[in-house]
Design a protein around this ligand. Structure first.
Ligand code: DGT
Ligand code: CA
Ligand code: CA
Length: 575
């Protein structure tokens, strides 16, 4: 569908016209057309061909001609002409939080600013602050906005988003007149990165709630404050984060939760179903003619559309709507099903607590066992264990187990996969361990052939039970290895090797779609927090959510097995 790009083009034309100071009426017409095209679930080409588009109020003759031209040729002459009227980098300024087309117009006209670099100079020189209506405060806001833009990839990690969400929901809960509060958007879906945090709150007095939010102490900059929606950049421990708060009446709360949880593609599919059933679905409710048939409760929206309830983790238009229709959605893994953590470090390598602390913490978390997996000798920076130290640690763990009640320690190792695919410890030592995860920690930038072969060879070892963080990515910081994921998944199935779902929000590795591939190929997943402290065990939920986004059920996840069952699963690979 060409809807998204076409909507973007109309918005961009409106931006440029606003910067150039052109006719306000035409600008708002373009914005409206952008919104209509962006919102409709139907393919714009079909709407145009059937004449439906012409009937929509707000889409005039000249807009129609532009849409037609775009569909025929892939460009719009008016858009190209507008682009020639401004410096090529000027539109990049619009990405700065808080500036907007009006601000861009002012700095372009008054200060001859043509790029973000120019604007930084103007702020430094003080000429920005001297512009009428701007001042030092605005200059500081924009400077922070530029810093924000330069630092971020535009998207934040799940843990950062959650921190912001907690801050805001705790604040909203304390306000008088607020009812239910619900995190929505990509955060509720636990997507691997988050653009902005969306929060819904049920309340009657929208404006008051929005004002309280935008006036809160954690707000660094207000982006918008309307009668029902407030947008702000808030300061958290780790980063400035964009948060949208929407105030919703209680009777529409379920519909709003459904709509604003998205994903957009999932919503498009739902609206198609509604339209086919002659119903109307939007953020206010599900309507038959003008009568609301569902709205307060999210589950009822799905029910009235003859669908099983779809967990937010699955709402990505990856087949979940079809599965809900035919009543064959998977029963997803949850944190309550988890009996173990497969990847933790102690102070023997680079962790900060000992095995007995972790055993106690695991017991407190309701686990039955936990695998101690310190680094091996080649990971020298991480104080990897020598064969002698590992042998010593195995003895210690066996001894500790005699004292422990209700929880068991499994002796493991996160053993390095060396450059040639061999392992950092010999088989004799590995055979002493209960659980071996193999990992690549060096040469991640190697060729596809090299990194794939290393991983395949490691899986051939009869003592390797699992591959840790199989692609090696660090979100926002390091690209994944160029590994042939299909090939390694296939080999894992053939060699009775599991894949880790590393729960650390920097990693989430395997990622959701790869989890799904693994599951469909019959590969088991072992969720590990990679904790280096007791607090680190709490990251388990990110791993569970990632696996569930890959459609994982209890049967796909090794962490759900009892001690006896995991022992026999692990042994069955051995000679
Ligand atoms: P993000 O913030 O980029 O990580 O992703 P989301 O999914 O949180 O997206 P966001 O914040 O732009 O909007 C939140 C949800 O609201 C989105 O998942 C679906 C819904 N939504 C927003 N705009 C539209 C729209 O134009 N059409 C439809 N159908 N749904 C929309
Ligand atoms: Ca969002
Ligand atoms: Ca948003």
């Amino acid at each position: 569908m060409k809807n998204a790009i076409l909507s973007e083009l109309f918005n961009q034309m409106a931006d440029i016209m606003e910067i150039l100071g052109e006719d306000r009426f035409r600008i708002s017409t373009y914005r409206k057309v952008a919104r209509i095209i962006g919102d409709t679930p139907a393919d714009i080409e079909v709407l145009l061909a059937t004449g439906e588009l012409a009937k929509i109020p707000g889409v005039g003759k000249s807009s129609l001609a532009k849409i037609e031209q775009f569909i025929k040729t892939g460009t719009i002459t008016a858009h190209k002409q507008l682009l020639t009227k401004i410096p090529p980098k000027l539109l990049e300024l619009l990405a700065i939080p808080g500036i907007g087309p009006k601000g861009v117009k002012a700095v372009y006209e008054e200060l001859k600013v043509k790029s973000i670099a120019d604007l930084k100079r103007a702020i430094k020189a003080g000429s920005f602050a001297r512009l009428p209506g701007f001042g030092d405060k605005k200059a500081a806001v924009i400077a922070r906005g530029i810093a924000f833009l330069e630092k971020s990839t535009g998207r934040i990690r799940l843990d950062q988003a959650l921190e912001a969400a907690y801050l805001v929901t705790d604040f909203l809960r304390e306000l008088s007149g607020t009812g239910r509060i619900q995190t929505a958007g990509s955060l509720r879906r636990r997507a691997e990165t988050i653009g902005d945090v969306d929060i819904l709150v049920a309340a009657g007095k929208g404006k008051q709630i929005v004002q309280a939010f935008t006036g809160a102490g954690f707000v660094q900059e207000v982006l918008a404050a309307g009668p029902t929606k407030g947008s702000a950049i808030i300061q958290t421990e780790t980063a400035p984060i964009h948060v949208d708060v929407r105030v919703v009446p209680a009777e529409s709360f379920g519909a709003a939760a459904q709509y604003f949880t998205g994903s957009k593609q999932h919503n498009v599919r739902l609206r198609e179903i509604a339209v086919k059933a002659k119903l109307k679905l939007n953020e206010y409710g599900l309507f038959k003619a003008d009568k609301m048939i569902a709205g307060p409760v999210e589950e009822e929206i799905y029910q009235k559309l003859c669908l099983d309830y779809i967990d937010p983790l699955l709402r990505e238009d990856r087949g979940e709507v079809e599965a809900a229709k035919s009543r064959c959605l998977p029963k997803l893994i949850t944190v309550e099903d988890i009996k173990a953590d497969f990847h933790v470090h102690t102070n023997a390598s680079d962790g900060n607590c000992d095995a007995s602390d972790l055993a106690q913490a695991a017991k407190d978390a309701g686990y039955k066992y936990i695998c101690i997996t310190d680094h091996s000798r080649s990971s020298a920076i991480a104080n990897g264990l020598s064969p002698e130290r590992l042998a010593q640690q195995i003895k210690q763990i066996r001894k500790l187990n005699e004292k422990l009640k209700g929880v068991t320690l499994l002796a493991g190792s996160e053993v390095d996969i060396l450059a040639n695919g061999s392992l950092d410890f010999d088989d004799k030592l590995l055979a002493e361990l209960d659980f071996v995860i193999a990992a690549i920690h060096s040469g991640l930038a190697g060729s596809r052939e090299k990194v794939t072969t290393r991983t395949l060879k490691a899986m051939d070892n009869p003592y390797v039970n699992c591959i840790a963080h199989p692609t090696g990515r660090l979100i926002g910081q390091r690209e994944p290895m160029d590994i042939d994921i299909a090939a390694v998944i296939k080999h894992a199935a053939q060699t009775h090797t599991a894949f880790e779902v590393n729960a650390n929000p920097w990693r989430l590795d395997l990622k959701d779609t790869h989890c799904r591939m693994a599951i469909e190929t019959g590969v088991k997943l072992a969720i590990g927090t990679d904790a280096h402290s007791v607090a680190g065990l709490a990251l388990m939920g990110f791993g569970v959510a990632t696996a569930a986004r890959g459609w994982a059920t209890k049967a796909d996840i090794l962490n759900t097995l009892s001690v006896a069952k995991i022992r026999s699963w692990l042994k069955s690979k051995r000679p």
